[in-house]
Ligand binder design. Structure first.
Ligand SMILES: Cc1cc2nc3c(=O)[nH]c(=O)nc-3n(C[C@H](O)[C@H](O)[C@H](O)COP(=O)(O)O)c2cc1C
Length: 170
């Protein structure tokens, strides 16, 4: 049984919806195997995840808001806690990243790629960035509702990761 680990942080709900859409699609993909699911999906908030979950998983999806042109602090804390305990033990495993941003997201995506490069993970898809277009402080702090088309893109990424892992193509 393979494991897809999804680690995320979310303050106003956007990234959570993206991670949940990816997780649901990954689970649905695993369930279509007639010989029984070959994959389990573990969806964890950043503060619940640590080296143990990383080492036990076969592939990863990291999802973060972009805050102040960077990955969210709790995602940074997750990587800070885990980076050296798992270094050189994840080499070659597949991963993808999702960023929920107001209007940009590119720097958070770059940071995730750099950390993943340090871990020698294999990027299986380009970073998926969803912009909420919130501009004012009020809109930025308000609960988010990610649109159906963006959630479909997240689901597609989750399903692709699940299919690749279950079939052993990564
Ligand atoms: C303190 C703070 C800083 C932010 N900085 C950025 C930024 O640098 N670039 C950007 O595109 N969006 C920025 N945003 C907008 C968030 O990325 C956006 O609201 C996103 O929906 C947050 O994800 P969440 O709903 O999962 O919390 C910022 C939001 C906050 C609260």
């Amino acid at each position: 049984m393979k494991t897809l680990l999804i680690v995320y942080h979310s303050m106003t709900g956007g990234t959570r919806q993206m991670a949940e859409a990816a997780a649901a699609a990954a689970r649905a993909e695993a369930a279509v195997d007639p010989s029984g699911p070959a994959l389990q999906v573990l969806l964890l908030r950043a503060e619940q995840a640590g080296p143990e979950q990383l080492l036990a998983a076969d592939g990863y999806l990291f999802a973060t808001p972009e805050n102040l042109a960077a990955i969210a602090g709790l995602m940074k804390d997750f990587f800070d806690r885990c980076y050296y305990p798992v270094l050189d033990q994840l080499n070659g495993r597949p991963y993808a990243a999702m960023v929920c941003a107001g209007s940009d997201g590119s720097n958070a995506a770059r940071q995730l790629q750099r950390i993943a490069t340090g871990w020698r993970l294999a990027e299986v898809a380009p970073p998926l960035i969803v912009c909420t277009h919130a501009q004012t402080p009020e809109a930025i702090l308000a609960p988010k509702q990610i649109g159906a088309e963006d959630l479909r893109r997240c689901a597609e990424l989750g399903a692709a990761l699940a299919a690749g892992l279950a079939l052993g193509v990564f």
